[in-house]
Design a protein around this ligand. Structure first.
Ligand SMILES: Cc1cc2nc3c(=O)[nH]c(=O)nc-3n(C[C@H](O)[C@H](O)[C@H](O)COP(=O)(O)OP(=O)(O)OC[C@H]3O[C@@H](n4cnc5c(N)ncnc54)[C@H](O)[C@@H]3O)c2cc1C
Length: 503
């Protein structure tokens, strides 16, 4: 693999498969898009590098944000999303999310997902940081992703209009006359479709300390970029405040924010003679604020972790988190859990419009690999699963309006194939050090020489943004520049960044 650019695949004899819609990636976004398209009568190829259910979506704990509570409204959800996003939220996209999330939750129930109920039989709603009221639908306590993905995977497997190509990895977009008409797989097969929807997940596993599964390497972003599509906001990588640290086998394990929503507190190192340290931050502030407060405290104290006190939390409410901690030898009923921030969620990605269309005709992106701009500089907790369903449905339906690919008389042109092998440890450490919670120009410039193409693009976007905002904090530009409100760092095929205004 030539990681300096995007390498050339070893392609076997080509065989072509033809569908209405090709969906690449089978997390929450890909599964839901595939089911929506099939429900509308389309034939669908669902290309999944990993076995179904081995995705970041499977790991999601907290839940799905939707304005369902009495007294809540899409407008209030939108206001919270905008506040968390620090002046960089694309309002039109966030408004779509907040308007349509309740209907998507209802549709998931129709599809057989069983969410947790309150005592009156209505949906139980959790509270998470940045939300002004209880708004997070969950399943199995903190097993939301697992429950949703299992159910949608089972439906996809049973749906005759969906062909699941499991263990198949897309290597490049298949292009003809500037239009995407499918994808070429690493095994040499070619999937031809009217619309190709990338649902390949995020990129937080590029950083050395992460909550993500090892496959979250931004492959879809690299593939789209190689096909000429624009990427944006790669400097906005969210650090989750409370990932377990220093516990072998559970490094980076995420302790959901919903636990803080139920009253768990964060404590600095204890003073001599004290068992528990002082609280130092509003635990329900948006994530960027809490992560920064922890990082600052760790830098000042020289400690490697802060303590999460969940001793007063009912273990039955979060059974899988409690079980995982106990398996690792920690007893959350008796002791504080050592946590510190970890790379968690990529707000940036493949630029799309409000129907998931990328800037290359025929190519779509949804879920974490996409960038509608709705999260701005800091995603509001549990808005990402909502995004998977809202924009997954929109892209599937928009894709059906695409024309049939032109008659394949000439050979399609193939952009360079992408085989992003796992970044080496040096790249991961360099991203953690230089594109971490606090950044400097010198550090970011070093990343411009990194062998990994996405590390270079992340640095390019981060250098372009000469201010501090949300997840992007620079010591050389510590203030937010109001002139950059609603401006997004966009990189096209020439890798030259520009700031575009999105509303
Ligand atoms: C521990 C954890 C907890 C979280 N908790 C929450 C939460 O409570 N609420 C919330 O809203 N969000 C949460 N998130 C974030 C959320 O889970 C993700 O943003 C979301 O699940 C992403 O879904 P996706 O469908 O876009 O991608 P993924 O679920 O990451 O799926 C990507 C898929 O693409 C496949 N793929 C990748 N490259 C290729 C290729 N080249 N060819 C074929 N297939 C490919 C992968 O195998 C995988 O199937 C959490 C994330 C983590 C890691």
């Amino acid at each position: 693999m030539d990681i300096a650019g995007y390498g050339t695949p070893g392609v076997a004899a080509e065989s072509e498969l033809s569908y209405d819609i090709a969906v690449v990636g089978a997390g929450a976004a890909g599964l839901y898009a595939a089911l929506t398209a099939a429900g509308a009568g389309a034939s669908v190829a669902l290309v999944s590098a990993t076995p179904l259910a081995q995705t970041a979506s499977y790991w999601a704990q907290g839940g799905i944000a939707a304005a369902l509570a009495v007294g809540d409204s899409p407008e209030r959800h939108l206001a919270d999303t905008e506040r968390a996003g620090r002046g960089a939220v694309r309002d039109s996209a966030a408004a779509v999310l907040c308007e349509e999330a309740p209907a998507r939750v209802a549709d998931l129930e129709r599809l057989g997902v069983s969410f947790d109920a309150d005592r009156r039989g209505g949906l139980a709603l959790g509270l998470e940081g940045g939300h002004s009221l209880r708004r997070v639908v969950h399943a199995g306590g903190s097993a939301t992703g697992r429950r949703v993905v299992r159910q949608l995977s089972a439906l996809a497997v049973d749906e005759p209009r969906i062909e699941v190509l499991e263990g198949a990895r897309a290597a490049s977009a298949r292009m003809r006359d500037g239009r995407c008409e499918g994808a070429t797989l690493e095994d040499g097969r070619s999937v031809r479709a009217r619309a190709t929807i990338l649902a390949t997940g995020g990129a937080a596993a590029l950083w050395s300390r992460t909550t993500n599964p090892p496959g979250s390497l931004g492959v879809g972003m690299a593939l789209a970029h190689a096909a000429g599509a624009e990427l944006a906001d790669l400097e906005f990588l969210q650090f989750h405040p409370t990932a377990v640290i220093g516990v072998p086998g559970r490094e980076g394990f995420l302790v959901t924010e919903a636990i803080r929503g139920e009253g768990a507190t964060l404590h600095g190192p204890p003073a001599p003679g004290k068992a528990v340290g002082e609280r130092f931050v509003d635990e329900l502030a948006p994530r960027d604020e809490v992560a920064r407060a922890i990082a600052a405290l760790l830098a000042d104290s020289g400690s490697t972790s802060v303590g999460l006190d969940m001793r007063a939390i009912d273990p039955a409410r979060f059974p899988n988190v409690v079980r995982a901690l106990r398996d690792a030898g920690l007893d959350p009923a008796r002791e504080l859990i050592p946590v510190s921030p970890a790379a968690h969620y990529m707000m940036g990605g493949i630029v799309t419009d409000l129907h998931g269309r990328a800037t290359v005709p025929g190519l779509y992106a949804i879920g974490e690999t996409a960038c509608t701009g709705l999260h701005g500089a800091n995603r509001l907790a549990s808005n990402s699963l909502s995004e998977c369903f809202v924009f997954g449905a929109r892209a599937a339906l928009a894709g059906l309006d695409e024309a049939e690919p032109a008659d394949a008389s000439g050979a399609p042109s193939e952009p360079p194939a992408v085989r992003l092998a796992r970044p080496d440890r040096a790249t991961q450490e360099a991203l953690w050090q230089h594109a971490g919670i606090v950044r400097t120009r010198q550090g970011l410039q070093r990343l411009l020489d990194d062998p990994h193409p996405l590390a270079r693009l992340i640095a390019t976007c981060a250098l372009q943004r000469e201010e501090s905002r949300g997840a992007h904090q620079r010591t050389d530009f510590p203030d937010t520049n109001p002139a950059l409100n609603h401006r997004h760092a966009v990189v096209g095929a020439d890798d030259r960044p520009r700031l575009a205004e999105w509303r």
